[in-house]
Design a protein around this ligand. Structure first.
Ligand code: 4AD
Ligand code: MG
Length: 430
């Protein structure tokens, strides 16, 4: 019977066939060990010379690292390790004998690995990261659907900026006009709430940002969510509940992955509601006490976020930033109009911002004033302003950066490993 390695617990004593790659190979006179990876997991196939026919034995000893193979055998429990299963092979077929694999056991530098990303993706660590990423995506879709959010796909070519004009990728649109690659689907979701009430998008976004930090990608995946009749407080509740659910699902369904990544799971188990909350003003005060020279109305820099999030074990909502450092669409705080009704969610353990969100300005005149203050082209924002003319409602939303979330949950250093093929300032290949 064909099956996948991850299901081996249900097949002990039965004969199964698996198809995959020889991750590692070792043989002595009469026995060969093939470490097999089939995409679902890892196992060891034990091939005894006197337990298989000659063709199978030859295939087993000929198999090189990363050769593709089909192995039939009996599933058995590992003699010593609990929860580990092996395959006592009865037949081995070599699908393709691999050339010498460029990624060996010795340490490779990041540039070499990134140049060979198409092959590096196969390593256990990279496998684990992509599996966690997949789980985060699925958990997000499940949670959103269970909470009444419809998936609305926003466009990638846009006529206007969402997050400020300095980080826009400009495209020549048929020699007739300029278009830009989307920085976030938010503005389109604000239109869609008038139709479906609550919605989210999930797709690639682009930032022409000349930053080379461990937190920045040029192309990354964002999940934007938007909800009608939701104000600042409830916006935070939605985010808190979603993030708790995502972490819970990873802990529940990704144990092999978290073990490969050697993730400190205690730290993840502490991700429970309520999260820490502080205003921007309180964050500045704490940072100064920790020796920072950050100004009262400054944005938090990456180092500030690191300092702050090393101090707490739970994610932190930092709310009510100065309007001057945030986007034009954020609603002002009625209690202090120099500030906005926003929050950034900072992940613990030094990871920093994973979500940016806010209540949106819903008054036509106020919003028009902001568009002008930010020197945005009024014409391109006409449709967005229209939304405040036809049944405007209080509404809020947020966007998470998938790679930032996955980096944090996996406990790894750099976002570039969490996206299958990273686009960085100095890298477009492979
Ligand atoms: O904070 P940002 O810029 O917010 C928005 O784009 C809003 N329109 C979202 C919304 O309200 N619907 O980006 C949202 C998140 C950040 O918190 C961060 O996690 C991630 O996107 N992000 C990046 N991730 C990787 N590389 C970059 N260059 C990123 N820039 C932002
Ligand atoms: Mg932000």
């Amino acid at each position: 019977m064909d099956t996948f390695i991850k299901n081996f617990a249900d097949f002990v004593g039965q004969t199964v066939t698996i198809k995959g790659w020889a991750h590692n190979v070792r043989s002595s006179g009469s026995i060969a060990f093939l470490q097999i990876r089939d995409g679902s997991g890892f196992t060891q196939a034990v091939v005894a010379k006197n337990g298989v026919d000659e063709a199978s034995w030859n295939a087993a000893v000929e198999a090189t690292i990363e050769s593709s193979v089909i192995v039939t055998g009996t599933v058995s429990k590992h003699p010593k390790q609990e929860g580990v299963f092996e395959l006592q092979a009865t037949a081995v077929q070599l699908v393709q004998k691999a050339e010498e694999f460029p990624i060996g056991k010795k340490e490779h530098g990041p540039d070499f690995l990134l140049d060979n990303r198409h092959l590096w993706l196969r390593s256990p660590q990279q496998w684990a990261i992509q599996k966690v990423r997949d789980q985060v995506i699925h958990a997000t879709y499940d949670w959103m659907r269970d909470h009444g959010f419809s998936k609305i796909d926003s466009p990638i070519f846009t006529p206007n900026a969402c997050e400020g004009t300095t980080e826009l990728f400009e495209i020549d649109y048929f020699g007739e006009r300029k278009a830009y690659l989307s920085q976030s689907g938010q503005l389109y979701l604000e239109a869609a709430i008038g139709s479906v009430g609550r919605c989210f998008d999930f797709g690639p976004v682009f930032r022409a940002e000349k930053s080379k930090t461990r937190r920045h990608l040029i192309e990354f995946w964002m999940m934007d969510a938007e909800a009608a009749f939701v104000e600042h407080e409830d916006n935070l509740k939605i985010q808190e509940s979603l993030v708790c659910y995502i972490v819970e699902q990873v802990l529940k369904n990704c144990q092999p992955e978290l073990k490969i990544l050697e993730r400190n799971q205690e730290a993840l188990r502490k991700v429970q509601a309520p999260f820490i909350r502080m205003t921007h003003a309180e964050a500045i005060k704490e940072l100064r006490e920790m020796g920072s020279d950050i100004g009262d109305m400054d944005d938090l820099g990456a180092d500030d976020e690191t300092k702050l999030t090393m101090k707490y074990e739970k994610p932190i909502f930092v709310e009510k930033y100065p309007a001057a450092v945030k986007a034009f669409y954020m609603k002002r705080d009625p209690a202090d109009p120099t500030r906005v009704l926003n929050a950034d969610l900072l992940a613990p353990e030094g990871y920093g911002e994973v979500i940016g969100g806010s209540q949106r300005e819903d008054n036509y005149d106020e919003l028009l004033k902001r568009v002008r203050e930010h020197n945005l082209p009024e014409e391109a924002f006409k449709w967005y302003l229209d939304l405040r003319k036809y049944g405007s409602v209080p509404h809020s939303g947020f966007g998470y950066g998938l790679e930032r979330i996955v980096t944090w949950i996996c406990g790894i250093h750099h976002v570039r490993e969490t996206i299958p093929f990273p686009r960085l300032l100095n890298r477009l290949e492979p």
